[in-house]
Design a protein around this ligand. Structure first.
Ligand SMILES: Nc1nc2c(c(=O)[nH]1)N[C@H]1C(S)=C(S)[C@@H](COP(=O)(O)O)O[C@H]1N2
Ligand SMILES: [Mo]
Length: 333
């Protein structure tokens, strides 16, 4: 399959069509009496029947107001919403791809508290509503490339991390940004058991260099497909760094701390020879156990629709290359 490699700020008008398509789907749901599109999850799964008959709790998502035309886009086929919300890595809810959607339906995100602290002039605390209303929400269609060599194309809704950091005013001494996921073993079965949680020492932590964090592509996402994030995708707020392997894009963030030292990161702690701090998508630097030269693009759900395509340096976001001009990317994987 031929894929078009999007260049810097490749904004395509045709994405508006797709947006109308899912806007339509929302309206159809609405007319059927569903206000939450998470009711969509119901259709194909057996659990759906349970939800209607036994009134099991369903995680609610709500429509978001965001820019009409995507501020960043690609003409690659979007991964269908149903795939984006049912094939997940969120080890706090279990290690198989279907565990998060199964186990996160009762996750509570309101009230929420996310702090921006450490080496800043203005520490900030944002509550649930603040996350959705403090910054204009954009739509950005990004590729997400997991280190396991599958990828998706996802329409995220959110705001640049730089907007948030600028509000907090990093001090001159700040060099790195550390992120932390909620630690709540009562709600997250993976945090109660090393077996369920894949041996991770929780809370899940991640980090970026300050210049990476300030890069205009780095997004704080509060939604996808025009609705607030489903629990399994990292509600109520998660990081999205499209040129890095997916594990950098930490979910359900409660703390952002500016520091002068390189912060520890979960996968690097677990297997330092396999997962580095940088984790830039790089087809030339293989993972010790598998090649990163190609990826399986998850498009439609069908057996023959999972295309094997070449992986691009920086996941195709070559505009970030400048950030690494003084770095040996083989050594700093
Ligand atoms: N807290 C937390 N964040 C996480 C993970 C996780 O297990 N826990 N998995 C990561 C990995 S490996 C990937 S590929 C992406 C997957 O995001 P998605 O499920 O929304 O596609 O989330 C990342 N963020
Ligand atoms: Mo991943």
């Amino acid at each position: 399959m031929l894929i078009k490699v999007p260049k810097k700020s490749d904004i395509s008008e045709n994405m508006v069509t797709d947006q109308n398509v899912y806007q339509d789907r929302r309206n159809i749901l609405k007319s059927m009496g569903f206000f939450s599109a998470s009711a969509l999850l119901a259709s194909p799964s057996a659990k759906a029947i349970d939800w209607f008959s036994k009134k099991e709790k369903v995680f609610e998502t709500a429509p978001l107001t965001h820019n009409k035309a995507p501020s960043f886009s690609t003409d690659e086929t979007l991964t269908p919403e149903q795939k984006v919300i049912s094939h997940n890595n969120f080890y706090e809810f279990g290690t198989s791809k279907s565990d998060p959607i199964e186990n996160a339906q009762e996750f509570k995100v309101d009230p929420w508290s996310m702090t921006i602290e450490g080496l800043v002039e203005n520490p900030i605390t944002l509550g649930y509503d603040d996350l959705l209303s403090s910054f204009p929400l954009e739509e950005r269609i990004y590729r997400l490339r997991c280190v396991e060599a599958w990828s998706m194309v996802i329409p995220w809704n959110g705001f640049p991390l730089a907007s948030l950091l600028n509000k907090a005013k990093p001090l001159g001494s700040a060099k790195y940004v550390a992120f932390e996921t909620l630690y709540d073993p009562k709600q997250m079965p993976g945090q109660r058991s090393r077996f369920v949680g894949g041996g991770i020492d929780y809370p899940y932590v991640e980090g970026l260099r300050l210049d990476e964090a300030m890069h205009p592509l780095t997004l704080m996402s509060v939604g996808l497909y025009g609705k607030t994030l489903p629990a399994q995708n990292g509600a109520p707020i998660r990081l999205v760094v499209p040129w890095k392997y997916g594990f950098k894009s930490i979910k359900s963030v409660v703390k952002i701390k500016l520091t002068d030292r390189k912060p520890p990161t979960t996968w690097n702690i677990l297997a330092p020879r396999e997962y580095g701090f940088y984790a830039n998508v790089n087809p030339k630097v293989d993972h010790p156990r598998w090649s990163q030269a190609r990826e399986r693009r998850i498009t439609t759900g069908g057996l023959f629709s999972q295309n094997r395509i070449p992986t691009l340096p920086f996941n195709g976001y070559e505009e970030v290359a400048d950030l690494y001009k003084d770095l040996n990317l083989r050594r700093n994987y």
